[in-house]
Design a binder for this molecule. Structure first.
Ligand code: GUN
Length: 295
């Protein structure tokens, strides 16, 4: 069994990005600039945004963190998005989700200029990606594809089971893996809350991608010997031995499943760091105009 080391892979990629940024700056251009909007003080969102800002520094990017309190109006948030859309100093920006219930996430996502949508959540990017056009791809599935490539895990002709159908992980993951591309060319089955016989479907899989948010859902009896297991789950569970009072648990019963796999990602240290590095890669693509060339 090989442990897929997302921390090491992500730090390698951040060094590669930093080298490219140094080249860009050496030609007299400014460094890429990512802005992040954070609404409220949700613990998970604070942690993720802080990690994104830190990753920007490691890549040589400029970053801006724009904070609003929980009671910000939808109108005010949409105005800020319009300001960032028009700000030529900002290459890409994200609005950290989830948002307070009085704000429509869909309205917010659709207000972002697709050319600056480095999260890849705008329907234009989702649609372009699904038909194989250049697009910003949602960071978690993009990070998983990068891990599969860098570990030389072939997906062509493989049976892949994706657990979960969220707009930001399950759906784009399935769509990317079925593309006529490499990685891709897989036979993909998506399982969700209404799927019957999930264990049996999983046992057919050469590659399982678990993105349900249910800790320990994938048990040893669901995994074919030699399968590749990618764990996207990051649920906070109470842990009184930790200073924070919690630890992260994945969707896979790691201790029981790992001995039978060919490859497996740990939680933490697997997919999580790759999600952040994919956002950095998207920001670099935005800064270089590689997805949407300037007209
Ligand atoms: N909330 C959970 N994951 C993400 C993400 O990838 N981007 C944003 N903007 N919010 C999130």
């Amino acid at each position: 069994m090989t442990l897929i080391d997302g921390r090491q892979t992500s730090s390698q990629i951040k060094s590669e990005i930093a080298a490219r940024v140094a080249d860009i700056v050496a030609t007299g251009k400014r460094a890429p600039h990512l802005a992040a909007i954070l609404v409220g003080h949700d613990g998970g969102s604070e942690t993720y945004v802080a990690a994104k800002v830190k990753a920007c520094a490691e890549c040589g990017f400029k970053s801006s963190l724009i904070r609003f309190e929980d009671d910000v109006t939808e109108q005010r948030l949409l105005e800020e998005i319009q300001r960032l859309n028009a700000d030529s100093d900002v290459d890409g920006f994200i609005v950290q989700l989830p948002l307070p219930r009085h704000i429509s996430e869909q309205k917010v996502i659709e207000a972002i200029d697709p050319r600056k949508d480095v999260d890849g959540f705008h329907p234009v990017n989702v649609g372009r990606s699904s038909i194989g056009l250049p697009a910003f791809v949602s960071a978690t599935p993009a990070g998983i594809l990068t891990l599969l490539s860098r570990y030389d895990i072939d997906t062509k002709g493989k049976e892949v089971v994706v657990l979960g159908r969220s707009n930001i992980v399950g759906k784009p993951m399935a769509s990317l893996l079925m593309q006529k591309a490499n990685p891709g060319n897989a036979t993909v089955t998506v399982c969700h809350s209404a799927t019957k016989g999930i264990a049996e479907i999983c046992r057919r899989a050469d590659i399982i991608i678990a993105a349900l948010g249910v800790p320990g859902f994938v048990t040893a009896d669901m995994v074919k010997p030699g399968a590749v297991v990618i764990d996207v789950g990051t649920t906070r569970v109470p842990d009184s031995t930790r200073k924070s009072g919690f630890r992260l648990r994945g969707d896979v019963d790691f201790d029981a499943v790992a001995p039978n796999c060919s490859y497996i990602t740990p939680v933490p240290g697997g997919v999580g760091p790759m999600t952040i590095v994919s956002l950095m890669q998207n920001t670099l693509l935005a800064a270089c105009g590689d997805i949407y060339p300037a007209v």
